[in-house]
Design a protein around this ligand. Sequence first.
Ligand code: ATP
Length: 135
Amino acid sequence: TDRTLVLVKPDGVARGLVGEVISRLEAKGLRLVAAELRTLTREVAETHYGEHRERPFFGSLVEFITGGPLLALVVEGPRAVEAFRAMAGATDPVKAAPGTIRGDFALEVQNNIVHGSDSDESAAREIGLFFPDLS
Ligand code: ATP
């Protein structure tokens, strides 16, 4: 089965939305494979968001994602990457449909509660970065 990396970002943890996100994952039928609450180092954050290194919001994004504990999850299920992206909704929470996590709980593009890998290749890379011991 397919796996994806899900992050409940520091804004989601601070707002008490960890249970809400896990409930939705479980209700959908995605299976938890790994879970860890941790505060990212700058190095891991810059690697994770490396594709955005040249963007004007990169510095702010790294500050945000390292600014408090986040919950890193690996979840498994058929087409897990696509399934979770649909549950998360559009990157800009104002454009995210009601019923999606971002559509229901966020208003600002940076503070958009969750991350989900955007392809199977990204998922493999990100799972390797966050959970190097996972087979
Ligand atoms: P994620 O990778 O976190 O799942 P995404 O794939 O929907 O999000 P990307 O375009 O890869 O979106 O952007 C990564 C993250 O960078 C976004 O989730 C958001 O937190 C932040 N971000 C994206 N665009 C902006 C922006 N214009 N201003 C500030 N932050 C942004």
